[in-house]
Write a protein that binds this ligand. Structure first.
Ligand SMILES: [Zn+2]
Length: 480
């Protein structure tokens, strides 16, 4: 299970789930980008075609002078031309090949030759012209990256390399490129009439000409990598929420918009205004493409739109809008445990499901199963899940951890703690060490403090879980 890629649960939450390796943290820091795409979407996805150009302005942060600029593209795309700042063409080579340390991922690896080179911290601009199709990358292990240029649905995102990604063809370099870089981005998208881009670049202008529509898209603030789902979307706009729905989905989307507003109102009451200023777009995607979130945007499996029993995913993703970043190359994703608990608390509060206790017991059992199967899981501190590549556990033992805080503090004190913590670290983010210290200083007694230290920093979760029969017994063990 803990292979390089992620379980379904992880997908619900992560922007870049590609595991990070600290060994190669030199990278090209993106400053601005402009992407122009003309799409021909086809009923038979193999017939889909695109013509694109990407202007990229970046800083060389690799720690050394570079003469060659490495780019990665979807294997269906070929580069036709690369030009530098003043319009001079750069010689380049390209070849579809397996990625080093990730051989199942095959990409078009492009190298442009800058001639005299770019010194460390030097700033450079290139424009890359490319064309072709988008091929699914499911065989890489990213089972959800299924998109092609289909007339039903397509999406441009980091994971499908549908636009040039500035990285060498190695797992480590892709990971480094996938750090949460934030930069200003704009795009022009030309699609057949009726299609709507519903991602993280707001529409500035729409121009209709000869059954084709051109969108000018522009980020209002620096944002992480582009996420651009494209389909014949219908739209519901509310004050804080936009819901983009697929054909036939209006009725469910109305309900979802209402539920999202209720959830935002609830969390705002508990935690204060979200650092994302409470503006949120929720975009339906067909089943199997992997729900994901990034600041201000949730893309969500259509199934979650269909029934109130799937609102858990919505609660979970909305809870993340308040969570501080974890400034680390290999984040432990402790916030997944918190989001899991918050989804259960929200369901209880908003739907009156009374499922919270069962949820806590369920997470306890799941954790015990995982610890039983793999002895080293239980001895790994929660803070080290990122280092050890065990972030899946953040959804199970991480959820038990926050459930315990909920019970040891009591509901109101727990909510106050989470509100204060989120406000404290909204801008700076919180590393695992900072976060653990913050929690320990606010525990009501020594036993609760021991619990936080034991689980989060010392790897005591396994022993505790094996030594207690149930979640309720675990609470008793640490109750004053
Ligand atoms: Zn999540």
């Amino acid at each position: 299970m803990m292979v390089r890629l992620f379980g379904v649960l992880l997908l619900l939450c992560t922007i870049f789930s590609i595991p990070l390796k600290a060994s190669e943290d030199g990278y090209f820091r993106l400053l601005n980008s402009y992407l122009a795409l003309k799409l021909h979407l086809a009923e038979n996805p193999k017939d889909g075609k695109l013509v694109g150009a990407a202007w990229i302005r970046f800083e060389n942060r690799t720690g050394e002078k570079v003469t060659k600029i490495p780019l990665l593209l979807n294997p269906g795309l070929k580069v036709t031309k690369i030009v530098a700042t003043k319009g001079q063409p750069l010689p380049f080579s390209q070849q579809t090949k397996p990625i080093k340390d990730w051989p199942k991922l095959k990409l078009n690896a492009v190298t442009a030759d800058t001639g005299q080179g770019i010194k460390h911290k030097g700033i450079y601009e290139i424009t890359v012209n490319f064309e072709g199709s988008i091929e699914p990358l499911t065989e890489s292990g990213m089972g959800y990256v299924r998109e092609s240029l289909s007339s039903d649905f397509t999406i441009f995102r980091f994971e499908n390399f549908g636009y040039p990604v500035l990285a060498k063809p190695t797992d480590a370099a892709i990971s480094a490129a996938g750090q949460n870089q934030n930069y200003y981005q704009s795009a022009t998208l030309e699609v057949p009439e009726g299609y709507v881009p519903a991602g993280n670049l707001p529409i500035e202008k729409k121009t209709l000409l000869d059954k084709r529509v051109t969108y000018d898209l522009k980020s209002e603030t620096p944002i992480p990598f582009l996420m651009l789902p494209i389909a014949r979307y219908g739209q519901i706009k509310r004050e804080n929420i936009t819901v983009n729905f697929l054909e036939g989905g209006r009725e469910n989307a109305e309900k979802l918009a209402l539920e999202a507003e209720r959830t935002l109102a609830l969390f705002t009451r508990w935690f204060g205004p979200s650092p994302d200023r409470n503006r949120l777009a929720i975009t339906a995607i067909p089943e199997g493409y992997g729900s994901q979130r990034m600041p201000g945007l949730i893309i969500q499996d259509e199934a979650a739109f269909k029934s109130a029993s799937n609102y858990d995913e919505l609660y979970h993703e909305i809870a993340h809008l308040w969570h501080p970043k974890e400034p680390s190359l290999k984040p432990s994703r402790w916030n997944e445990g918190l989001a899991m608990l918050m989804q259960a608390i929200a369901a209880d509060t908003l739907q009156g499901t009374h499922g919270l206790q069962a949820f806590k017991e369920n997470r306890f059992s799941r954790t015990r199963d995982q610890f039983t199967k793999h002895a080293d899981y239980g001895t790994t501190p929660l803070a080290n899940y990122g280092d050890k590549g065990l972030t899946d556990l953040s959804y199970s033992s991480g959820a038990v951890f926050f459930a315990m805080l909920h019970d040891l503090l009591g509901h109101d004190r727990f909510l106050t703690l989470i509100r204060d913590m989120q406000q404290e670290f909204a801008i700076s983010g919180a590393s695992t060490g900072t976060f653990a210290t913050y929690l320990m200083e606010r525990m009501p007694n020594r036993k609760a403090e021991d619990f936080v230290e034991g689980w989060f920093l010392a790897g005591g979760a396994g022993q505790d879980i094996q030594a207690t029969e149930s979640y309720a017994a675990l609470v008793e063990k640490y109750r004053q």
